[in-house]
Write a protein that binds this ligand. Structure first.
Ligand SMILES: Cc1cc2nc3c(=O)[nH]c(=O)nc-3n(C[C@H](O)[C@H](O)[C@H](O)COP(=O)(O)O)c2cc1C
Length: 185
């Protein structure tokens, strides 16, 4: 059974993209997979100083985060778009773990309050994830007008429409996780 991390990236007061993280956690569990929702707001990470492998005395929050990502078969990144790009909180942890992203299936969920669903973020994220050799699957989930689409518990107003959009994203990461598993055996 695949084990999937859902990475909730926004640490902003009154954040809304966390709603999508809750929704994706639910969708992952619905498939019978195990899910680990990593909430960067709860971890309160220090600002990046150096990659984990070079840190002489990393804080427990950092090593604990790394262990949780290493235990996963795939990661669903849920992130807001800030100024057409990646929030610092997410870039912080992408840079931190370099080696651990290598070959790991990653699905992207871009979230915005505007009409375009974080499409610029999706493009921007491809560069660092490609550099560190993560296996980014297609398609990505794009969530525009997030507060209209999801409530605070992550329940969509139009469940059928959001199930239809989330399904191919999870199908794609399922394929990559299974391919990795088969290559290991
Ligand atoms: C610093 C900052 C920059 C933002 N830039 C964009 C943007 O470029 N495009 C967009 O559609 N929304 C932008 N937004 C709005 C976010 O999409 C909105 O806050 C949404 O709820 C997702 O972020 P959150 O999870 O932090 O709430 C920005 C918000 C902040 C705080």
């Amino acid at each position: 059974m695949p084990h999937v991390v859902i990475l909730s990236s926004s640490i902003r007061i009154d954040r809304a993209s966390h709603r999508v993280a809750l929704f994706m956690e639910h969708k992952v569990r619905e498939r019978g997979w195990t899910a680990d929702l990593i909430d960067l707001n709860a971890l309160q990470f220090p600002l990046f100083e150096e990659r984990l492998k070079h840190l002489p005395d990393p804080p427990a929050s950092v090593t604990g985060f790394a262990d949780r990502v290493r235990r996963s078969d795939g990661v669903v990144i849920v992130s807001p778009e800030y100024n057409g790009s990646i929030p610092a909180s997410l870039k912080n942890v992408i840079d931190l773990l370099t080696d651990d992203w290598k070959g790991r299936p990653v699905a992207l969920c871009a979230v915005s309050s505007g009409a375009f669903g974080g499409s610029q973020l999706t493009m921007q994220l491809l560069v660092p994830l490609w550099k560190i050799k993560a296996w980014v699957v297609q398609p990505a989930l794009q969530v525009p007008k997030v507060k209209e689409a999801f409530d605070e518990q992550g329940l969509p107003g139009d469940a059928e429409a959001w199930d239809r959009r989330a399904a191919p994203v999870l199908d794609a990461i399922a394929w990559a996780m299974e391919a990795n598993e088969r290559m290991r055996t």
